[in-house]
Design a protein around this ligand. Structure first.
Ligand code: ZN
Length: 121
């Protein structure tokens, strides 16, 4: 599954620089995190423009507190993109910076835990 997901980092100057004690500071999303984020951010489903490197599946505007999901993807991709963008918001709220690698890693880990069931022999 190779796809591009992007988050717009608007108002980046408002973010505090992470310190050594905060690394790694992004932890798995909890139900509390999701409720807090969705109580603050709107999720919009709409067509998003392609970017130079491919399809833009989702993005976050931290200033307007909106998460955008590209409608040009299937339900599973939409779910995975939402999870990815929720991690971006959590990273920002926790002053973790915008580490795409860390967000990707936790997104894949969470998808594995929630949706990929072990095979029963
Ligand atoms: Zn991203």
């Amino acid at each position: 599954m190779k796809k591009l997901m992007a988050a717009l980092v608007l108002g980046a100057s408002l973010m505090a620089k992470p310190t050594a004690s905060q690394v790694p500071c992004l932890t798995p999303l909890t139900l509390d995190d999701v409720v807090e984020i969705l109580g603050e951010y709107s999720v919009l489903h709409q067509e998003l423009p392609n970017v130079a490197s491919g399809i833009l599946y989702g993005m976050v505007n931290y200033n307007t507190k909106k998460i955008y999901l590209n409608t040009d993807q299937d339900r599973t991709e939409m779910r995975d993109t939402l999870l990815h963008e929720l991690y971006h918001v959590k990273a920002r709220k926790n002053y973790c910076g915008n580490s795409e690698d860390e967000v990707d890693l936790l997104t894949k880990k969470t998808i594995g835990e929630l949706y990929i069931k072990p095979q029963v022999p």
